[in-house]
Design a protein around this ligand. Structure first.
Ligand SMILES: Cc1cc2nc3c(=O)[nH]c(=O)nc-3n(C[C@H](O)[C@H](O)[C@H](O)COP(=O)(O)OP(=O)(O)OC[C@H]3O[C@@H](n4cnc5c(N)ncnc54)[C@H](O)[C@@H]3O)c2cc1C
Length: 311
């Protein structure tokens, strides 16, 4: 029996209530709608189940991949021959005035609405970002002048040995689309946000305004993973791609959006291979025509690497 099969058996024995799925199509868990099967997926509903999943994986010599809503993720067509943990804690509470505590699996839309319901301002920017709290903290997600770093107070994490830690935001190394968690070694369980009192009508108005701006600019009618590339210093990736005449460029079902050159969209039936070939072509042409090197913002899973294993 291999490591993953024995991990599955251990998890079934240790925690019968933990939801496990085998050969789970990752296309169901990514906004690109791309990706072959994950060999084993666990969906812990609370921190105790998450601890069992993480510690059993460590004992089996398997490094888990932590999944949020898959909105910044491209998964190989062959899938991922490893262990995926998707934290499904969607709890939200307000332990102190002005503080919102959210489980890692809560969507940013639900988080922003929870803030609105408590007359708290600061999370309007996050309402239209389709990720979860865990993914947003990992990526330091941001939009329209707002960014997670501006409102994060602390993050509750599970270390690989199963111990829990509360990390203040100042120690989370939050930078442009990166954090102390982008190395994938710790599972984010929850996060606390510091918000200010606000006027509900103004909060709602700002969220509505940003939603309109998003719908006007972004190809939300097609599957994608949002901005394909990071913003290169001194430039905008979309403007460079547009300037190189690449809107509409296609490989198979993958296409540079005609509406927003910063997005690669799945026009139907796109494979991971299509997206990667298109990405390489964009990078090559932008490099040769402008001298700027584009760096992927989208995270990759199962692409060109075998699943992470300890030992
Ligand atoms: C249409 C569209 C619009 C978008 N607009 C924006 C935007 O305006 N601004 C922006 O910043 N992004 C945007 N994105 C990208 C994406 O929504 C964000 O990066 C989001 O924060 C990713 O969250 P997720 O839960 O989907 O994470 P995933 O894509 O599932 O994962 C992203 C990373 O976070 C890690 N991760 C996820 N959950 C956890 C956890 N609990 N513990 C530890 N690690 C974890 C993963 O391992 C991975 O490395 C957009 C995407 C789409 C499809």
């Amino acid at each position: 029996m291999d490591h993953i099969a024995s991990l599955r058996d251990t998890l079934k024995r240790l925690c019968p209530a933990l939801e496990l799925r085998e050969q789970e199509p990752m296309s169901r868990h990514t906004s690109f709608r791309i990706g072959g099967p994950a060999r084993l997926m666990a969906l812990p509903a609370d921190p105790d189940q998450a601890r069992v999943a993480v510690t059993a994986a460590r004992e089996a010599g398997v490094v888990p991949f932590f999944l949020g809503n898959g909105t910044n993720l491209l998964v190989s067509d062959e899938g991922y021959d490893g262990f995926v943990v998707r934290c499904s804690d969607r709890s939200v509470s307000s332990p102190e005035p002005g503080i919102l505590r959210a489980g890692a699996g809560l969507s940013l839309a639900q988080l922003a609405v929870a803030a609105l319901e408590r007359k708290l301002t600061g999370l309007e920017f996050a309402h239209g970002i389709p990720g979860t709290v865990g993914g947003a903290v990992t990526m330091n997600a941001g939009a329209y002048g707002g960014e997670i770093v501006q409102v994060l107070r602390s993050v509750s994490v599970l270390n690989p040995d199963g111990s829990r830690a509360e990390i203040p935001a100042a120690q989370c190394a939050l930078g442009y689309r990166r954090s102390a968690f982008t190395d994938g070694s710790r599972l984010i369980l929850a996060a606390d946000f510091t918000l200010s009192e606000g006027d509900p009508a103004a909060i709602q108005g700002k969220m509505d305004d940003l939603a309109i701006r998003r719908r006007e600019k972004q190809p939300l009618e097609y599957p994608s993973a949002g901005s394909t590339f990071k913003r290169p210093s001194g430039h905008f990736a979309a403007a460079l791609i547009d300037r190189c005449g690449l809107k509409g460029l296609s490989v198979g079902g993958a296409q540079v959006s005609e509406k927003h050159a910063g997005f690669v969209i799945n026009r139907g039936g796109a494979t991971c291979r299509d997206v990667l070939e298109l990405v390489e072509e964009i990078r090559r042409r932008v490099r040769s025509q402008t001298g700027v090197e584009l760096e992927l913002e989208i995270r990759l899973l199962g692409v060109g690497i075998s699943p992470a294993r300890t030992e």
